[in-house]
Each structure stands twice: as structure tokens, then as C-alpha cells.
Design a protein around this ligand. Structure first.
Ligand code: PAF
Length: 293
């Protein structure tokens, strides 16, 4: 097994990556908040197949958590994370301290307009500003050719792509498919919060999305379906689960994230984003499907 270096200092990480690039290496980068699972590992494997050197960051970014959110109880298992990354063949792990990423008097934030007001953004004020800020900082430290994100956090992927384009960042954003448990639950570090009864109730998310997908595809051949019909189908599946408390359920434009009125099969926009956020007990879960007609 090859050597894997763990670096804590942002400036050391920056100079190590600079030297790697000067030597002609391409860097693939997977930003994470740790407590790694198969979803993260799928990104790592893709990065390894694409790049000369693979960097993974493990940093629970305080600026993307609201005051009433789970920053202090976010799950952690650093030693397990390291052994998983080492067995995948990762080269470098960046594990900065919050006080080095956000020293006293830190003042600079990145804010992507509009896209971040919708869906999760409307329920988690400041969340995407925190994500955009930390991802920009990580890109500046690592200087990757490509960076890998999971489709499960769909709004995050759209925001990062927009930020990269608008700020002329020299990095390709690669979005990889959501990894699911055999029963369809999207894999997430937050699934570890679920009690056994809640874990079985959580399958309602994918059931609702699949019902929405079937409703859209059922309209195929006709020119359009009402998005209200589709979201009502999803909502009635969610309502059938007593433990599920719906935060939002939407049919949206996959690029702008604007809520759709009609789901059209006869126009160029033939892909619909079905997205939802649901609380099961105290745990907030999100999931989405892209439906092509
Ligand atoms: O998706 C995540 O885990 C986080 O939002 C990210 C991209 C690592 C930024 O903290």
C-alpha cells in the first residue's frame, strides 16, 4: 500500500500541491466533512481513475451550519476515515483546524445569488454561503484540475458549478451518481442519526421520488404534465409515513432550480429535477432524482 500523507496546515498543503503541479501532476480533489461512506468512496475511486494525485479534505466546516443545526454532534471517526482512504490509495489528506481556516477577524465570504435561495437554501439561511466559501478556499489551497461532488447534494453541485464559472476558477466540477442502500435510501453521514424505526421510515424519500418519476413518465407522449400533479403524488406518499415531516417537495428546473409549472416533453428542457427534504424524527434528510422525458 502506498504512503498517504496527512497535512493540517493550509499553507503547507498549498505548497505541497504547488510542487506536485509543477512536476506535471494532475490533482483530483474530493472535499468531505469526514465520517466517510460508500458515497464518498465512489468519488474517491473516480478521482483516482482520472488523476495522477488524489487529495481528500476532511473538515467539518462551521460556516455552513446554522445556529440550531448539528455542528457539534456531526458524526466523526477520523481514524476509520484514514484507513478507508489509505486502502483506496489516496495520496494526501487535508485535515485543517477550524482556527486555521477561519482565524480571528476572518472576513471574506462567497455568495452565489438566486440558485441558493431555492430548495434547501430557503430553509437553511447561510448554508450555501458557508459551502461556497469553504469550497473556494479549498480550491485555492489544493489547486485541483478536477473536483468531485455527489448528486445527492444536487443544489450544492449546481451552486459550485455556477461559482466556478462566474469566478473563472480553473477546475472541472465532476458530479457522480448518488449511492444508495439496497432499499434505495441515499447514503449520507446523517443516516447514522436514525434510530432503527426511523431508518425503515426513511425509505419513504426514495418511494416518493419514484412515484413522482412514474407520474412524469406516465405523461410521456403527451405534451405536458402539471408539476402540481407530480408533487401531489410525491406528497401523498410522504404523508403515508407518520414519522415523515415534509420540509419541501418540488419539481424544479435542473439548471436554475426554479419551481416548474409544467413538465414539458415537447421542449428542449426535457429533464426535471424532483427534490425533497424530509425530517424523520430529529434527522433532516434530502434526496433527488433527475427525470428525463
Ligand atoms: O458536501 C459536503 O460534505 C460539504 O458541503 C463540503 C462540499 C465538503 C463543503 O464543506
Amino acid at each position: 500500500m502506498k504512503n498517504m500523507n496527512i497535512i493540517e496546515s493550509p499553507s503547507e498543503m498549498q505548497s505541497v500541491c504547488r510542487v506536485l503541479r509543477q512536476k506535471g501532476n494532475t490533482i483530483g480533489f474530493v472535499p468531505t466533512m469526514g465520517f466517510l461512506h460508500e458515497g464518498h468512496l465512489s468519488l474517491v475511486r473516480r478521482a483516482i481513475s482520472d488523476s495522477d494525485v488524489v487529495v481528500v479534505s476532511i473538515f467539518v466546516n462551521p460556516t455552513q451550519f446554522g445556529p440550531d443545526e448539528d455542528l457539534n454532534r456531526y458524526p466523526k471517526d477520523f481514524e476509520r476515515d484514514l484507513s478507508l482512504l489509505k486502502s483506496e490509495g489516496v495520496d494526501l489528506v487535508f485535515h485543517p483546524k477550524a482556527s486555521d481556516m477561519y482565524p480571528k477577524n476572518y472576513a471574506t465570504f462567497v455568495y452565489v445569488e438566486r440558485i441558493t435561495d431555492r430548495l434547501c437554501g430557503s430553509k437553511r439561511p447561510g448554508h450555501f454561503r458557508g459551502v461556497a466559501t469553504v469550497v473556494s478556499k479549498l480550491f485555492n489551497i489544493v489547486g485541483p484540475c478536477r473536483s468531485y461532488f455527489g448528486q445527492k447534494d444536487y443544489q450544492q453541485t449546481v451552486m459550485v458549478k455556477k461559482m466556478v464559472k462566474d469566478l473563472h476558477m480553473d477546475v472541472e466540477v465532476v458530479v457522480c451518481p448518488t449511492v444508495r442502500e439496497p432499499d434505495g435510501l441515499a447514503i449520507s453521514s446523517r443516516n447514522s442519526y436514525l434510530l432503527p424505526e426511523e431508518r425503515s421510515a426513511a425509505t419513504v424519500l426514495i418511494k416518493a421520488l419514484r412515484a413522482g418519476e412514474a407520474a412524469i413518465l406516465g405523461f410521456n407522449g403527451k405534451s405536458e404534465a402539471s408539476s402540481t400533479t407530480v408533487t401531489s403524488v410525491m406528497r401523498s406518499v410522504l404523508d403515508s409515513e407518520p414519522m415523515a415531516e415534509v420540509e419541501y417537495v418540488e419539481a424544479a428546473d435542473p439548471d436554475t432550480l426554479d419551481q416548474l409549472k409544467e413538465i414539458q416533453s415537447s421542449t428542449s428542457k426535457s429533464t426535471t429535477l424532483l427534490a425533497l427534504a424530509v425530517r424523520i424524527g430529529k434527522t433532516r434528510l434530502i434526496d433527488n432524482l433527475l427525470v428525463k422525458i
